[in-house]
Design a protein around this ligand. Sequence first.
Ligand SMILES: Nc1ncnc2c1ncn2[C@@H]1O[C@H](COP(=O)(O)OP(=O)(O)OP(=O)(O)O)[C@@H](O)[C@H]1O
Length: 241
Amino acid sequence: MQLALKNINKSFDDKQLFNDVTFNFETGKIYGLLGRNGAGKTTLFNCIAQNLSVDSGSIAIIDDAGQENTAYENTEIGFVTTTTHLPDFMTGLEFVHFVMDLNRERLTTPYSARENLTRYGINDSDQNKLLRDYSHGMQNKVQMLVTEVTNTPIYLLDEPLTSFDPVAAYEVKERIRELKSQAIVIFSTHILELAKELCDEIVLLHDQKLEVLGNDKLQSQDFEKEIVTILSEEHGNDTLS
Ligand SMILES: Nc1ncnc2c1ncn2[C@@H]1O[C@H](COP(=O)(O)OP(=O)(O)OP(=O)(O)O)[C@@H](O)[C@H]1O
């Protein structure tokens, strides 16, 4: 399966974020999306997840038979956002139960809701607390958990690990590695070492385009310097004329 961006353009007011971007993401790879603050990474995720529309161009899921679908359901996309939107009035356990029940036909997890929460380091007493009383990191864990178990073919992870403690971050990295065999995984991060460790391909959002970082640069000792050099270069004006 592929996720195909074809000639996409997107601007907000006078700021152009994507200029005729064409790019194919494939199943079986973890893509690290890097770019400077405000480059448009979250906006790109929102366009793929159909929360925002592109100004022109198309975004399609292409199945293994080559069938292209631009009218895919947003339930095909597992989107972990930086800011969580969880129901305040439910406990962690109630919410995970609820999501698992709603998605029971596509669940991949062999675990119960309680076991899944435990797996993410949320202990018995916290499982019965209201989500509004969870810490930021705990809310992020719940969001990652409910996204992971629903078995979508595309996962968009917007800075997924920044609020996790080291144990949870380790576990979630393992989960992300497991996901890639049957899904396209794209995650944005500003942590270069994490991108290098986890990703099969680094994609830079820079100068309103997506550009793959060559494998030689990915393996290079000067990886960090290379990225900083590229992202520091200004090739053009980022505003519309
Ligand atoms: N709904 C919106 N209306 C107007 N401008 C927006 C909207 N959403 C995003 N922007 C602008 O688009 C630009 C890109 O924002 P976006 O959040 O996609 O960047 P980002 O690459 O994810 O940044 P960061 O690394 O800081 O999280 C910013 O200048 C932002 O202010």
